[in-house]
Design a binder for this molecule. Structure first.
Ligand code: NDP
Length: 680
């Protein structure tokens, strides 16, 4: 049997077998951890020196591009990961969540980075605040990579997704990662790290893998480091109260147990489509990954009058779930990930039965489908009913990390909300209702206790991604018992690994630091129109102040006829005089168009496309007789390393546009986005 190896300081470590890791399907040993001890001083030193250096030699955009390449590479080799993942008890659908969900998260973060982060390693989080009367002193925020390592201690249930969903934002931010998977399924993570390593795509030191315990790793962490944890609340508490973590204020993001609920609102009756949708969602969440999902539904709140009908509907569906070797035809639920886990879940069910009765599962003498599966970690789905759910304890406290859910009858919306809150903070709740008013009443109350809320009706069910699926663009993590952490959520997750710092200074200094033109900063003016400059030559701050144009009555009439916009403010003198402007004014969109007419260079140029406009504000009215001009300034350049469809390299340029009147008063302000060709 192979000995798993740690990947430390660019070398694979481990030859001597230590702990045997059994297959969840048949109990056979499929790998051993290694006996060799890891030098954690070397691990952190290597991460902080080699890792930080090689990651910061790249910028946000380059790291985003690597994430995409890596996602493609893992996708091409996913078949071998599916073979290994099978031993954790997974059906094909379960492995899909872990493997395709894993590289899918890399794809999403590649795209997030490309769209939402700049070139360079300083992200500007505006807006810039004018702190002095004459705009000589301003303030804003920047986000920069922390100069440390990011330690990720992961759970057994998602050995690949669990690694990649944290690796992606940390890597994008520029932090080297030290990944410690749960030992029970570490053979899957090790296989994935080998694939990643084979790709040759990651810079040196970007990823290290620890098989086995963390030794004195936490004692060696410093102020610039970061820790994320997924697993039990007990371990979370132990690790986050580690003296070194506390003494050095090392950020610690925890995702722990969560007693997630699903609530059927009082308006849903057994005749409704939503009733069945609800039952189906509960069964799906009980049986996917054999219930070993931090987001699985553990508590099911149902109007008391529908308790029996819902129990019957769920039982009907559960009776069709065949449990066994996922390679066997028709098997819908695999095994728990280990015999230890099987024992824990049985123990938790026994404790739940002190306050609940079992209406499905307990008496079934489960015979898993397949041959040679007697020693596998199989369990039947268990449906329980707690008839006194307003009492504390029981299913409000005990998490059976398997295919187990408890029905709870309630009377009235307030009672349903009280029951949900007894989870003391959860990752996710699904509310099923047909009535938007009920959703509007319940969701804000539930939101205070949850990280994510799904409203499931017949319309949403057509495309729902499911109660239990954390999405890379949406926040994952919940308050209170759920650990209080936040993962994923698009760019928000990247920000966790960056240090946010307020900076103050003159607009010119702020522009130099943020590499983004700030109003009031010194501009660069020369004889060449900025639109005639290639991406490579253009500098942030290059600016053009246009000639002037006096707006006339004819402009307004022509623009109204061309656009069809005959709003009274532009065409009804009597009505316009009653407005706050006291007279007719030009269309805002005329001002916008006229400004383009003033600043655009009409001839052929490296500007390939104008693809959008941000932050548009019409600040002061423009009336016939007013004279306007525009200042166009290169605000930001983003090099995504992309080419046009014809193969010409190009970059994104954002331009600041300020339109002023004869009194130098700002009348319109916005950013325009262009694609600009590179020189060669
Ligand atoms: P643990 O909390 O025991 O382990 C989680 C991770 O922490 C593993 O990688 C584990 O490594 C590591 N770990 C444990 N103790 C230490 C320590 N002293 N120092 C450093 N690392 C440590 O959870 P389990 O994986 O055993 O699962 C137990 C329960 O946690 C489940 O039954 C379930 O209730 C809950 N859970 C919650 C999840 C969630 O996403 N919210 C996911 C999975 C589980 P090792 O495996 O080597 O011990």
């Amino acid at each position: 049997m192979p000995v798993l190896q740690s990947y430390i300081a660019g070398q694979w470590l481990g030859e001597t077998p230590a702990k045997a890791l059994p297959s969840a399907i048949n109990g056979d040993t499929i790998a051993h951890t290694h006996e060799e001890t890891i030098d954690f001083a070397q691990v952190v030193d290597y991460g902080r020196s080699t890792g930080v250096k090689s990651l910061l030699a790249l910028d946000f955009q380059q790291r985003a591009a690597i994430l995409k390449e890596l996602a493609i590479y893992i996708q091409q080799r996913k078949a071998e990961l599916y073979d290994i993942s099978y031993h954790t008890g997974c059906t094909r659908a379960d492995s899909w969540i872990d493997i395709d969900g894993g590289f899918g998260t890399l794809f999403t973060y590649a795209s997030t980075g490309r769209k939402e982060l700049p070139s360079g390693n300083v992200a500007h989080e505006g807006p810039v605040a004018q702190l002095g009367k004459d705009n000589h002193f301003t303030g804003t925020h920047i986000l920069v990579p922390r100069r440390g390592v990011s330690v990720h201690i992961n759970a057994f249930n998602f050995p690949i997704w669990g690694m990649l969903e944290k690796f992606a934002p940390a890597f994008l931010a520029g932090m080297p990662c030290i990944v410690k998977p749960a030992t029970a399924t570490s053979y899957v993570t090790e296989a994935a790290v080998r694939v990643i390593n084979d790709s040759g795509l990651l810079p040196e030191g970007a990823l290290q893998l620890i098989i086995g315990g963390t030794g004195d790793l936490l004692d060696r962490l410093e102020e610039q480091d970061f820790v994320t944890f997924t697993g039990s609340a007990d371990t979370a508490l132990k690790l986050k109260s580690h003296p070194n973590i506390m003494a050095r204020s090392i950020p610690f993001n925890a995702e722990a147990d969560s007693l997630n609920s699903a609530i059927m609102a009082p308006d849903v009756t057994p005749e409704d489509e939503e009733f069945d949708i609800f039952a189906k969602e509960v069964v799906k969440e009980m049986t996917a990954k054999a219930g070993q999902k931090c987001t699985a539904i553990r508590r099911v709140m149902v109007p008391a009058e529908h308790l029996d009908a819902l129990a019957d509907r769920i039982k009907q569906r559960l009776s069709k779930i065949s449990v066994g070797d996922p390679k066997e035809e028709g098997v819908r639920m695999g095994a728990l990930s280990s015999s230890d886990q099987l024992r824990d879940v049985h123990e938790a069910i026994d404790r739940l039965l002190e306050t609940s009765e079992c209406v499905f599962g307990k008496d079934s003498s489960l015979k898993p489908v397949g041959t040679g599966v007697e020693n596998g970690a199989f369990i039947a789905p268990h449906l329980l009913i707690n008839r006194n759910p307003l009492e504390d304890g029981g299913a409000h406290d005990i998490e059976a990390f398997g295919p187990v859910a408890t029905l709870m009858p309630y009377n009235g919306i307030d009672e349903a909300l009280t029951l949900a809150a007894k989870g003391k903070g959860s990752l996710v709740t699904t509310l099923t209702t047909k009535n938007p008013a009920i959703a509007a009443e319940m969701i804000p109350v539930l939101a205070a206790q949850h990280g994510r809320l799904q409203i499931l009706d017949a319309e949403a069910a057509k495309e729902s991604t499911g109660h239990g699926s954390p999405l890379p663009i949406l926040k994952h993590g919940g308050p209170g018992r759920a650990g209080g952490g936040e993962e994923l959520g698009g760019i928000r997750a990247v920000h966790h690994y960056l240090q946010r710092t307020a900076i103050q200074g003159s607009p010119t200094m702020v522009a130099a630091v943020t590499r983004e033109y700030v109003r009031g900063a010194k501009v660069i003016e020369n004889d060449v129109h900025p639109f005639r400059r290639h991406f490579d030559d253009l500098q942030v701050g290059e600016s053009l102040l246009t000639h002037r144009r006096t707006v006339t009555e004819a402009d307004i009439v022509n623009f109204g006829c061309l656009s069809g916009d005959h709003f009274y403010m532009h065409f009804d003198d009597i009505a316009a005089r009653k407005t706050q402007f006291g007279q007719r004014i030009a269309h805002g969109y005329f001002v916008l168009s006229a400004a383009a007419g003033l600043f655009v260079y009409p001839g052929e140029s490296p500007v390939l496309a104008n693809y959008g406009l941000d932050t548009l504000r019409f600040i002061a009215p423009v009336a016939p007789g007013d004279t306007i001009r525009a200042r166009l300034t290169c605000k930001r350049k983003i090099d995504q390393g992309r080419t046009s469809p014809e193969g010409h390299p190009q970059g994104v340029v954002m331009w600041d546009v300020a339109v002023t009147n004869q009194d130098d008063e700002l009348v319109a302000s916005y950013d325009i986005l262009t694609l600009v060709a590179k020189r060669q």
